[in-house]
Design a protein around this ligand. Structure first.
Ligand code: HEC
Ligand code: HEC
Length: 267
C-alpha cells in the first residue's frame, strides 16, 4: 500500500481511490437493495391485506364485528393470530353457518389464497400465533423414545378431553372434544397453539415446538391403528370421555394439592 502513503503519492492513487469509492458505494447499494425489492413485496402484501379485509367484512364481520372487535355473537379476533384463522377456516369451522354450541368440522368452500388473505388481515390487527412452517412440526426424524415421550405428553395434557386414544369425548353443554384420528399435522400444531373454543392455549413456554412435534408423532402412530389398543369396556366415546375427564381432573387436583403443600413447606 506504499502508493497510498502521504509523502509520495503514486500516480495511480486517485483512480484507485475512485475505484475504492465506487466499490464501497456498490457494497452499500447491494446492502440497501433488498429494501428496494421488499417495496414490491410490500405492495403485494398491501393488496393481500386489502383483499383479506374485504373478504372478512363480507363473510365474518356479521358475527365478529366490522374490525374483528367481537360482538355478543362471537369473540374478538384481535390477537388470535393467523394460525387461528388458518385452523378455523381450513377445518371448515369458520365461517360458522349459524349460532350453535360448537362449529362443526366440514369441507371448506374457500381457496387457500382467500384463507391466507383473511389470516393476514386478522394478523395485522394485533400480533398472535403465526401459521407454522413445516420444519416446526416435522415428525420424520423422531426416534421411538421421542414418540413415546409424545404419548406421555398427550396423556398428561390432552387425554382428559380427547381420551387416551385421541378418539375424542363429550364435554358439558353439548360440546365435545373431537377425535384426532384424521387431523392433519399442521392443524394439530395450530390447535395446540391457538386453543379453539374450550381447549386451553399451550404456548411455547408450556409445550415447545419439539414437544408438539413429539405429540404429533404419537398421534400419527394412532392413525395407523384405527381401533386403538384398549377400549375402556366399550362404553363408547361418551363414557370414555367422562373417564378421561375424571382421571384427568383428578390428577390435576392431586398435582395442585402437592404443589400447595410444597409451597407451604417452602415458606
Ligand atoms: C354465525 C356467526 C359467525 C360467523 C359468520 C363467523 N364466526 Fe368465527 N366464531 C364464531 C363463534 C361463536 C366463535 C367462538 C366459538 C367457537 O370457536 O366455536 C368463533 C370463533 C372464531 C375463531 C377462533 C377465535 C379464537 O379465540 O381463537 C376464529 C379465528 C374465527 N371465528 C374466524 C372467523 C372467520 C375468519 C370468519 C369468516 C370467514 C368467521 N369466523 C365467521 C361465530 C362466527
Ligand atoms: C379442556 C379440554 C381440552 C384439552 C385439555 C385439550 N383439548 Fe383439544 N380440543 C378441545 C375441544 C373442545 C376442541 C374442539 C374445539 C372446536 O371445535 O372449536 C378441541 C380441538 C382439538 C383439535 C382439532 C381437531 C380437528 O380435527 O379439527 C386438535 C388437533 C386438538 N384439540 C388437540 C389437542 C392436544 C394435542 C391437546 C393437548 C396438548 C389438547 N387438544 C387438549 C378440548 C381440549
Amino acid at each position: 500500500m506504499r502508493f497510498l502513503s502521504r509523502r509520495r503519492r503514486h500516480p495511480a492513487a486517485k483512480p484507485l481511490a475512485l475505484v475504492l469509492a465506487l466499490f464501497v458505494m456498490g457494497a452499500l447499494y447491494s446492502a440497501m437493495a433488498p429494501t428496494t425489492v421488499s417495496t414490491a413485496d410490500d405492495s403485494t402484501q398491501q393488496s393481500q391485506l386489502a383483499k383479506g379485509k374485504e373478504l372478512f367484512q363480507v363473510n365474518c364481520s356479521s358475527c365478529h364485528g366490522l374490525n374483528g372487535e367481537g360482538t355478543p355473537e362471537a369473540p374478538t379476533l384481535i390477537g388470535v393470530g393467523a394460525a387461528s384463522v388458518d385452523f378455523q377456516m381450513e377445518t371448515g369451522r369458520m365461517p360458522m353457518a349459524r349460532p350453535e354450541a360448537q362449529a362443526p368440522i366440514k369441507k371448506t368452500l374457500y381457496t387457500s389464497e382467500e384463507i391466507s388473505a383473511i389470516a393476514a388481515y386478522v394478523a395485522s390487527l394485533a400480533p398472535g400465533p403465526k401459521i407454522p412452517s413445516k420444519e416446526q412440526y416435522d415428525t420424520s426424524k423422531l426416534s421411538q423414545e421421542q414418540i413415546a415421550r409424545g404419548g406421555e405428553l398427550f396423556r398428561t395434557n390432552c387425554s382428559a378431553c380427547h381420551n387416551f386414544e385421541g378418539r375424542g369425548g363429550a364435554l358439558p353443554n353439548g360440546r365435545y372434544a373431537p377425535s384426532l384420528m384424521k387431523t392433519s399435522d399442521k392443524h394439530i400444531y395450530e390447535a395446540i397453539r391457538t386453543g379453539p373454543q374450550q381447549m386451553p392455549v399451550f404456548a411455547q413456554g408450556s409445550l415447545s415446538d419439539d414437544d408438539v412435534t413429539e405429540i404429533i408423532g404419537y398421534l400419527n402412530t394412532l392413525h395407523d391403528e384405527p381401533n386403538g389398543g384398549f377400549d375402556l369396556g366399550g362404553f363408547g366415546p361418551v363414557g370414555e370421555g367422562l373417564w378421561g375427564w375424571v382421571l384427568g381432573l383428578g390428577s390435576l387436583v392431586l398435582v395442585a394439592v402437592w404443589l400447595a403443600k410444597k409451597g407451604a413447606r417452602a415458606r
